[in-house]
Design a protein around this ligand. Sequence first.
Ligand code: ZN
Length: 448
Amino acid sequence: MKVDLLIKNGVLLPMTGRDVLRAGSIAIDDGKIVGVSGSKDAGMGYESDRIIDASGKIVMPGLINTHTHLAMTLFRGVNDDLSGMKWLERAWKIESNLNPEDVYWGSKLGVLEFIKTGTTCFADHYFFPEKVVDAVEDTGLRAAIARPIFDEGGPDIDTSLETGLEFTEEYAGAAGGRLTTLLGPHATYSCAPSLLSEIGNISEKKGYGVHIHMAEGKEEMAKLEEEYGKRPVGYMDDAGLLGPNLLGAHVVYVNEEEIARMGDKGVNVSYQPTAKMRGGEGVTPVPEMLEAGVNVSVGTDGAGSKNHLDLLSEINIAALVNKLVGGRPTVIDAWDVLEMGTINGAKSLGLEDQIGSLEEGKRADIIMISTDAPQMTPFHNIPSQLAYGSSGCNVDTVIVDGEVLMEDRRTHLDEETIKLRSQETFERLLARSNMQSRFSGTPKNTND
Ligand SMILES: [Zn+2]
């Protein structure tokens, strides 16, 4: 049988279990995986005019970043070394001056970085999401996008439930089916109980996922305690939101009982180690959550909180920091964090039937990692090399929905134009916000 694309001779990590197939092949047709084989003569009876020889490369599912604010690539370095609420106030001030064009170029820059570092699907939570959709459509990536909903604080942008819901309904399944939409209440500290209950009802009735920041900061804990006498998990539970449709980002401040409750209710957690370490906040108790049956995935947060969007590096940090606080190297292992970056991410977006592993019938979202670099030699313990010894720079080829978006590190995008337009957009945005870069050497504005 003739297919669109054959990948041959690669070292496969299908992520369907914990196996490595030493000389594997994958057949792709019409955007889907139609065959996976671990044997050397793995044409599997398929032929193709397009064959990628993956000799010396690791072939695995595309990485899934389950929490980011993509256009915040324009905030890279702007608010570094500031405390939580001060960081947020400055961000909101700049965001009040955001326009759709900014979000388009910021998102396109982010997508370029994703492709260059092996992320094939991301969960976004940002303003003017129609422009994030445009960036996804233009570039061929896959995404699960939410429009932020607030009723307290936030920038001067329409963040009502109505517009959030409208977006969720209108764009579901867009970009040739590569787009999923979620409801995006911003956070427990910026959404009142009545708003969250309403979102809970809609989610239950229509089956939409809900992507929210929760249990992420000391100030949030104090506010909920003072105003409602509650902690974030209880606050979300009382609003009817604690269930399998929920994707909670960060989730640092949880106790044993709350972790058990989240596990029982099938909650999904997205972990951002760098953002929380940088904020001096704390560590999401990942081993305890996995043990309790919570589905934990990993995200970078926006580039205003991590500076770069390399998920392999985030996976590495997720493992290291949990080993550190757990006091033992065995609390989490390389396979755990690789699952967090692939199949667990797919589950947390309700996409486990479509992506997250290399299996017949799934969409062909695949990355290849070169083993050429010195740090990949000697080549033997593959999960360990990926989780602890590689970074996005080692990603060589990226395929989404069967389309090759990068090969030998060359993308199909006009990379120079994207970088140039993003730089110009950043400078105009900062000027409109009456701010200057804190690191430009120019005098600081008094309104800053
Ligand atoms: Zn965030």
